[in-house]
Ligand binder design. Sequence first.
Ligand code: NAG
Ligand code: NAG
Ligand code: NAG
Length: 550
Amino acid sequence: MGRLILVSLICCFLAVVVTAEDPYLFYTWKVTYGTIAPLGVPQQVIMINGQFPGPNINSSSNNNIVVNVFNNLNEPFLLTWNGIQHRKNSWQDGTPGTQCPIAPGKNFTYHFQVKDQIGSFFYYPTTSVHRVIGGFGGLRINSRLLIPVPYADPEDDYTVLIGDWFTKSHAQLKGLLDSGKLLGNPDGVLINGKSGKERKSRPLFTMKPGKTYKYRICNVGTKTTLNFRIQGHQMKLVEMEGSHVVQNVYDSLDVHVGQCFAVLVTANKKPMNYYMVASTRYTKKVLSATGTIAYVGSKIPASPILPPAPVGWAWSLNQFRTFRWNLTASAARPNPQGSYHYGQIEITRTIKIVNSNPVVGGKLRYAINGVSHVDTPTPLKLAEYFGFPEKAFQYNIIKDNPEVAAAKPATLAPNVAQITFRTFVEIIFENHESTVQSWHLDGYSFFAVAIEPGKWTPEKRKNYNLLDAVSRHTIQVFPNSWAAVMLTFDNAGMWNLRSELTERRYLGQQMYVSVLSPEKSLRDEYNIPDFAELCGLVAGLPKPHPYAGA
Ligand SMILES: *[C@@H]1O[C@H](CO)[C@@H](O)[C@H](O)[C@H]1NC(C)=O
Ligand SMILES: *[C@@H]1O[C@H](CO)[C@@H](O)[C@H](O)[C@H]1NC(C)=O
Ligand SMILES: *[C@@H]1O[C@H](CO)[C@@H](O)[C@H](O)[C@H]1NC(C)=O
């Protein structure tokens, strides 16, 4: 937290125009390569300010976050803030469809407000396959003082970033995908950058006997669902991707790629050390990492007997069904209008997202409804904003209700669907494959109303949870199953809908939704920031400011 300066209302001189501005958090981040050996083999990773994982951002609802990112890699780089909604401001979302990448040796300042959000999130690179070798870190949003939180203040608040891990270099991993091969099985699992197999491993966390701690667990990995558990301790689930949930108690949690959970753990067992365990699910060989939690004042080592992981994905589906939104907890909510009554809003559009034949021209690609996305030299949002989208891409090339054309190869093209501002839309993710998928939408939370085996039909709507489904931003889909989410598209901008599994995202399983306000008003969307880089077709052009008024 060294570089963090909190400027709360020093701007009194401007008080005439700027009243009660929300506090600012300033960060300067240097992105570099670095070498670590978490699995015993020295390898190149991406560090931020010399740290792997990168620094934690610790903010409170409505804070303004300013991160000046210096790219000292030899490749273009971008970061996205998974789950941060950037209301009216897709300019800060950090995807190749919304901004020009930060060139090597250059810097870009992200400037966004965590408006009306609380919870546990993380950031990660969206360029190339950088995420596989690091550049990720935790991002938490605390409730503002005075806003009641549905549990007592924990003694401390810990971030636990878990993920599968490869020992191959970035060039090797990218080379595999570029030549149409998969990355294969990961080589291990890391917890906060460590495997637990290091010769001298110090405790990752400490707990004082009798006290309760919050652990925020996120799966920052590449492709593998992980089961997380702590020897001898149960976890009380309190929050998930920005929503307070009904506080059930779990022995272990399946954390799919891209997801975050916050749990409370009380140090009420025999004072000694305990292992936390993150182990792979649905892989032939189970890989795991351990991290030590030490009770303060005790030197007794943790037992080598690790708690077992659950077996099969039906267990995970049942666990999903126990997740409920806490309807009575007061908390910041980005879109409170109607959010309690989502079950009564009329669905205006149903979009079914289906995998299709992954091969294009003999090479492995992944697709959505027959289209395998490719990034354009001119970011999609810039082409649209400058008024000539047709020079960069074509809208709406996929169908909402695709036939499952398994035999037909996918088309390579930028994939952008227009969605009418403020409409209430249902998205069905249908998985016809034998692996678990994980889907994420930027700019929004959605109500995760159902996951079921089989194929989706309109009759399945009677099985939806229309009362207290959790509002979140990432959802898994089990093999040969479907998942349904619902949301109001009330956040104007260009937003990435993507597989959280890096090899699939990189090979085209992503798309953008363009949500435009017909009003062209600053009330609905911000103009491009003055400091934004321009590239591709818009390089050197004067910046238009089409949105006016407030
Ligand atoms: C995070 O922010 C909260 C609220 O401002 C503060 O109480 C807490 O000490 C901070 N934690 C860390 C680790 O900086
Ligand atoms: C780059 O960093 C400098 C400070 O070192 C800052 O003044 C400038 O605004 C930054 N540029 C961008 C595009 O963020
Ligand atoms: C939901 O939040 C309320 C209000 O903060 C709290 O009193 C209650 O215990 C929570 N309910 C559950 C089931 O977790």
